[in-house]
Design a protein around this ligand. Structure first.
Ligand code: BMA
Length: 830
C-alpha cells in the first residue's frame, strides 16, 4: 500500500519556549521552591530562603546536602494547535547533568553530558492544550563514583584543592565542568539545573543543525565557505538561503531523512579586516541563514589567523600570526564567571570582558576545567577583539577512553567545534588543561605510564581528528602545556618550544627573580595569589573573621598553604603590614609586583616569547586567589598593573645577569616603527632626582630593543629608577620604575596627598599630587568602576590625572566620588 502522503504541514518554523518557572521537588527534601529555568537549584533554594548564602562564612559545608539530593523539576505548559502542527524537536542545552526527561509522563530522553545540545524528536507527543515537562536528575556525584568503581583500572580524580573536608568527586567520569566539584580557587557546589536553550521547535520538514564558516584570504578578497547541516524528518525539499554583505545565495534544495549538508561560497571584496584589541578594529559582517523560516544569524570577523610553530634558531617557535603580522598574545586565563550558574549573565560577563579589554589584553584562555561558554560570550570576544585559546573540557586528571565515553565526547566536541567555529575570536583548539602533566602526579599513573599514556592518547588523538575533520583551518594543540604532538614530556620547565605553565614562584615559593631564569616561547599559565579586596571580604565575613588565619578566611582559601604563602612572601619583600586591611592591600601590591616582574621580562625577550597569559582573570566566588578581578568584577591592583605592563608600546627595566646593568628595553607591539623619547631619573625617598639618561630611540614594528643601560653603581643608596617615555610628538605614553632592592630596604616618607576632582559627572577626573615619593598609590571609591591608572609611583611635582569609568551602568557624581575616595600607598601599610 502506497505510503500515505506526508500530512500538509503549516509553513515555516516556530519555537515554543519552555523557559520559566518549574516546581522543584525531591524524594528526600520537602521544598516549596520554584526553580526558574534556565537556572539552577541553589538559586531556587536561596530565593525560597531554604538555604543560607553559600558564599558567606563557611556556609559551603551547610549547603553540601543540596548536591547529594535527587532533584526533579516539573512544569505545565500550553501548546496551541499551531505550535504542534509539524515536526517537533525538544531542544535542551546544558542539562546539568544526568537526567531523564519526561514529556507528558513519557520518558523521551536520557541526558548525561552538560556540554551537549540534545535535539529530541517529539513529533506527535505534544498535545494542543496542557502538557507537562519533567526532568528527573540523578545525584551526579554518586553516578560518578559508581562509574569509577566499575572502571577496569583506577582513574584518580584531582584533589588539587582544599576541599574543606568535603568528599571529592570523580568528575572525570561525568561530563560536567570539573570545577563544579571545587578547585584551588573554587567552592564545591556541584550545581544542578539547565543552563541553556529549552524549546519545542516546530519545523515544516527540517531544522538547522549547524552553520560553519571557513575563510580563505586572498589579496583584496576573502572567500567564505558556508557549510550548513540540516536535519530532515522526511524526504522533500526545503528553502535554504544565506545572506551576508548584501549578497544572497540559496533556494529550494532536496533533502532526505537525517543529516543533509549544503555548501555555499561567498566572496567579499575589499574586506574590512578584524584585528585583536590594540591592533585595529573589529568590523563584523552579519551572516543570516534561513531555512523554511527558521532564521539564525552569526557575526563574522574577517581575519587570517595561523600559528607559526616551526623550527627556529632556538628550537621551535610558538606564535600567532594575524593578517600576516606576528602579534604577541597578552592576556589571562578565564574560568566560569560564577559558581552559581544562574548568575552567569551577559551583563556580568560583558563587564569582565570589557575589563580585560581595558587592561590592553588581546587574548583569553578558556580553561579546560570550566565550561564551553555560551554563544554570546564569543560574540562579545569578537566585538571586543579578545582572541580565545579554547581548551576542550578536560583538566588535571585522566579520563576514560572506553567506546561509550568516546562516543559521547565525540558528539560533544563535534557540536562545540561546529557551534563556535565561525567566531573570529577563536584562535586555537586545545585538547585539555594539564592532563599530560597530571600523568606524573598520581601514584597510579606514575606506576603504569604506558597504560595511562595509551589511555590518554585514545581520547586526545580523537579530539585532534575531530578538529582536522570539522575545522581544518584551525590549529589543534594537544594539551596545555605541551611541547608538541605526541610529546609527553614536562611542559612546566622546558622553555624552548611549545607553551609553558610556570608555577615555581607560587607553588615552589621561588623568588620573583626566578621569572627571569626561564625564557618561555609562550607562557600560558603563571600566577601569584592575593586576598580579595576589603569590601569583598566584608561580603562573606563578620568583623571577627577578618584575620588571615581565621577559619572563615581559611575556608575561602582553596590552595593548600595559600594564606601562609602570601604572608611569608611579604616578609621577603616588604615591611609586615600593621593591620588586616593593610595586609589585604599589600597582598595585592605583591601579587601585582610578581606578575609585573614575569611579564615585563618575558615581553622584553620578544620575539622569543610571543605570549603571556597569567593565571587567572576572574573568580567564581569570593576567595583568595590568583585573579586580577574580584568576584563581581572589581579591579584588584594586579588588573591596574596589567593595564600598564600590557601597553602595546612599553619600556621595561630588567637587571642583566651577566653585567648587573639595568637594561631598559622598549617593546613595540604595534605595526609601525615607534619613535620615542625616554627620560630616566634616579630618585631618592625625599623626591630629589637626577637625570641618568635622556634621549630618543626608535623601535621597529613588532620588535623589542634595548634603549638604555644603567650601571648599578649609578644608583645611590636609597635611590630607585623612574623612567617615562613619550611619542615622537612629545605626548606622554607611559612611565615605569625599577627598584634594585626589595621595597623593605627603602624608607619612604609618610607622603601627604592633595586630591581634586574636575571634568564632569559623566567623565570625572581625579588629580592627585604628593609632597614625597609614594609607591603603589591607589585611589578607590565605593562606586563600581575603574580609574585610568592606579597602583603607581607618584612623585612630587608630577600630578597624576585619573579618569574614572563607571562599570555595570553605575551613575556617578563627582561629589559622591569625592565622599568615598580613599588613597592607599605602600608607606601606609606599616
Ligand atoms: C593550574 C591551572 C589550574 C589551577 C592553577 C593554580 O594548574 O590549570 O588548574 O587552578 O594552576 O594552581
Amino acid at each position: 500500500m502506497a505510503e500515505a502522503a506526508a500530512p500538509a504541514m503549516a509553513p515555516g518554523y516556530s519555537e515554543l519556549s519552555l523557559a520559566g518557572s518549574y516546581a522543584l521537588s525531591s524524594p528526600t527534601f520537602a521544598t516549596k521552591a520554584q526553580v526558574t529555568l534556565p537556572g539552577d537549584v541553589h538559586t531556587a533554594l536561596l530565593a525560597a530562603g531554604e538555604i543560607p548564602d553559600p558564599y558567606f562564612g563557611a556556609n559551603e559545608q551547610a549547603v553540601m546536602w543540596v548536591n547529594d539530593t535527587a532533584w526533579t523539576m516539573e512544569r505545565r505548559f500550553r501548546a496551541d494547535a499551531a505550535d504542534i502542527d509539524g515536526y517537533l524537536t525538544l531542544t535542551l542545552e546544558n542539562v546539568d547533568c544526568i537526567a531523564t526527561v519526561f514529556l507528558n509522563d513519557e520518558a523521551v530522553a536520557a541526558t548525561q553530558n552538560t556540554f551537549i545540545r540534545y535535539d529530541i524528536d517529539v513529533t506527535g507527543k505534544v498535545r494542543a492544550g496542557d502538557n507537562t515537562l519533567r526532568i528527573e536528575f540523578a545525584i551526579t556525584r554518586r553516578v560518578a563514583k559508581e562509574r569509577a568503581q566499575a572502571h577496569p583500572f583506577p582513574l584518580p580524580f584531582t584533589t588539587n584543592y582544599l576541599s574543606n573536608g568535603l568528599e571529592g568527586v570523580h568528575l572525570n567520569f561525568v561530563r560536567k565542568p570539573a570545577c563544579h566539584a571545587g578547585w584551588d580557587w573554587g567552592i564545591c557546589l556541584m550545581p544542578t539545573g539547565v543552563y541553556g536553550r529549552m524549546a519545542i521547535r516546530r519545523s515544516r520538514l527540517a531544522r538547522q543543525e549547524s552553520v560553519t564558516v571557513v575563510q580563505a584570504h586572498a589579496s583584496k578578497a576573502v572567500e567564505l565557505t558556508v557549510t550548513t547541516r540540516v536535519f530532515a524528518f522526511a524526504e522533500g525539499s526545503v528553502e535554504l538561503s544565506h545572506e551576508i554583505d548584501g549578497q544572497r545565495l540559496g533556494g529550494l534544495v532536496p533533502v532526505r531523512p537525517g543529516e543533509n549538508v549544503f555548501t555555499h561560497k561567498f566572496t567579499i571584496r575589499d574586506p574590512k579586516l578584524w584585528w585583536p584589541n590594540g591592533q585595529g578594529g573589529q568590523p563584523l559582517y552579519t551572516l543570516a541563514t534561513t531555512l523554511d523560516g527558521e532564521v539564525t544569524t552569526r557575526r563574522i570577523g574577517l581575519r587570517r589567523l595561523e600559528w607559526v610553530i616551526e623550527k627556529d634558531e632556538i628550537d621551535h617557535s610558538f606564535k600567532c600570526r594575524i593578517n600576516g603580522r606576528d602579534v604577541t598574545m597578552l592576556g589571562a586565563n578565564w574560568i566560569p564567571a560564577d559558581a552559581i550558574p544562574a548568575r552567569i549573565t551577559p551583563e556580568a560577563v560583558r563587564d569582565l570582558l570589557e575589563s580585560a579589554r581595558a587592561a590592553n589584553m588581546n587574548m583569553l584562555r578558556v580553561w579546560g576545567g570550566g565550561q564551553y561558554e555560551p554563544d554570546w560570550f564569543y560574540d562579545l570576544c569578537d566585538e571586543l577583539g579578545l582572541l580565545v585559546w579554547q581548551d576542550f573540557m578536560f583538566s588535571c586528571m585522566s579520563y576514560p577512553s572506553d567506546r561509550g565515553f568516546l562516543d559521547d565526547v565525540r558528539v560533544e566536541i563535534t557540536q562545540q567545534v561546529r557551534r563556535l567555529g565561525h567566531h573570529a575570536s577563536i584562535a586555537l583548539w586545545c585538547g585539555d588543561n594539564e592532563v599530560i602533566g597530571s600523568l606524573g602526579w598520581y601514584p597510579e599513573t606514575r606506576a603504569d605510564p604506558q597504560r595511562y599514556i595509551a589511555n590518554y592518547d585514545r581520547l586526545n588523538s580523537m579530539l585532534g581528528d575531530i578538529v582536522a575533520e570539522e575545522d581544518p583551518s584551525r590549529r589543534f594543540w594537544p594539551s596545555s602545556p605541551s611541547l608538541g604532538y605526541l610529546d609527553f614530556s614536562d611542559g612546566w620547565h622546558a622553555d624552548t618550544r611549545g607553551d609553558m605553565h610556570y608555577w615555581s614562584v607560587w607553588h615552589e615559593a621561588k623568588d620573583f627573580s626566578a621569572y627571569r631564569e626561564v625564557n618561555p616561547r609562550f607562557a600560558s599559565e603563571f600566577g601569584f595569589q592575593s586576598f580579595p579586596s576589603m569590601n569583598v571580604i566584608e561580603s562573606f565575613t563578620r568583623p571577627e573573621d577578618r584575620n588571615p588565619s581565621a577559619p572563615v578566611m581559611d575556608s575561602h582559601q582553596r590552595n593548600s598553604g595559600g594564606n601562609a604563602r602570601i604572608l611569608e612572601t611579604m616578609t621577603r619583600y616588604f615591611r609586615f603590614p600593621s593591620d588586616f586591611e593593610q595586609m589585604v592591600f599589600l597582598s595585592q601590591v605583591q601579587q601585582g609586583l610578581a606578575i609585573k616582574t614575569a611579564i615585563e621580562y618575558w615581553r622584553s625577550t620578544k620575539p622569543r616569547c610571543m605570549g603571556t597569559l597569567y593565571w587567572q582573570l576572574n573568580d567564581t566566588y569570593p576567595v583568595a586567589s590568583w585573579s586580577s578581578l574580584d568576584h563581581g568584577g572589581q579591579w584588584k591592583l594586579l588588573h591596574y598593573m596589567a593595564r600598564r605592563f600590557f601597553l602595546p608600546l612599553s619600556v621595561v627595566a630588567v637587571p642583566e645577569r651577566e653585567t648587573g646593568d639595568i637594561r631598559l628595553t622598549a617593546i613595540n607591539d604595534t605595526a609601525t616603527t615607534a619613535a620615542i623619547s625616554l627620560e630616566v631619573l634616579a630618585v631618592d625617598m625625599s623626591g630629589t632626582s637626577r637625570t641618568l639618561h635622556a634621549g630618543r630611540a626608535t623601535v621597529s614594528p613588532d620588535a623589542a630593543g634595548v634603549v638604555a643601560r644603567i650601571p648599578p653603581a649609578e644608583l645611590g643608596e636609597g635611590e630607585f629608577l623612574f623612567f617615562s617615555w613619550r611619542d615622537g610628538d612629545g605626548r606622554p605614553i607611559g612611565e615605569n620604575d625599577y627598584f634594585p632592592k626589595a621595597y623593605k630596604y627603602y624608607e619612604p616618607a609618610r607622603a601627604k596627598f592633595e586630591a581634586s576632582w574636575s571634568g564632569s559627572d559623566e567623565a570625572p577626573v581625579l588629580t592627585l599630587t604628593t609632597d614625597r615619593p609614594a609607591f603603589f598609590v591607589t585611589a578607590s571609591v565605593d562606586v563600581p568602576g575603574y580609574f585610568s591608572d592606579n597602583a603607581f609611583t607618584l612623585l612630587p611635582g608630577r600630578a597624576a590625572r585619573l579618569g574614572f569609568t563607571p562599570r555595570l551602568g553605575a551613575t556617578v557624581t563627582r561629589a559622591a566620588l569625592a565622599e568615598s575616595l580613599t588613597i592607599r600607598h605602600l608607606r601606609d601599610t606599616y
